[in-house]
Design a protein around this ligand. Sequence first.
Ligand code: PLP
Length: 285
Amino acid sequence: MDQIAYVNGSFVPMTEAKVSILDRGFLFADGIYEVAAVLDGKLIDNASHLARLLRSVGEIALALPETIDRIQEIQKELIARNNLVNGMVYLEVTRGADTGRDFAFPKGVKPTLIMFTSVKDIVNAPSAKTGIGVITVPDIRWARRDIKSVALLAQVLAKQAAAEAGAGEAWMIEGGMVTEGGSSSAFILTQDDVLVTRQNSSAILPGCTRKAVVALAEERQLRVEERPFTVEEALAAKEAFITSASLFVQAVVTIDGKTVANGKPGPMTDRLREIYIDFARATAQ
Ligand code: PLP
């Protein structure tokens, strides 16, 4: 059966899911996206993703074509229509298609809203057992990384470099400090058992999984410091890991080919992964 996508009010087979070449998402990357995980057919931490969607569209003065409640209904209908058990729902909203290519916002143009699903067994991903390697690259992105914009060319190049190096993710570096992963938030556990992750600002995307993991760790009396860290600090740490909706919590075992600790996922990373998965199942919608 062909996969079903959602395009501007209709559920259509993926092969028929199309938008105009004049769509501003295509021409200018004038759009916002979100990715929410699905476990056992239910959305994970979706309120947090939809809150970030609202914030992102607000920051670029883009009006959503549907209410947040309706967007969640569409997400759920798409999961049902695709019989999706485990995976992700991708959604994107752009400033729509005008009649030409003017940079300034068009008037009277309806925003484009599309969604599609993908299958992934996030809980049993093999890399969760082995951990992943990361490479470091300069962070060449724009100055508003807090907006979840579809302008992802810097991340495409960073993740391609990682793939070519046989690594699973790229950590982006600015001013000697790690900002975040190409599509994940970065954490370390220091030798004093302090969890360190960069504080939210316009330098990084405020990760939904990051937010949940920080809250879950603090509830368990773990010390969390929100501040930037260096690659040297990460290499001297007890553990390192990344978080994202499509990975949950995943150990980082090498950085630029050098091992972190013994080169295996650490016990705290494994524990936080379990805690996050329990939280995900308990709050799934
Ligand atoms: N940082 C960046 C740059 C990302 O693209 C992503 C996810 O795509 C994340 C962090 C993790 O965010 P979340 O946990 O909300 O998936």
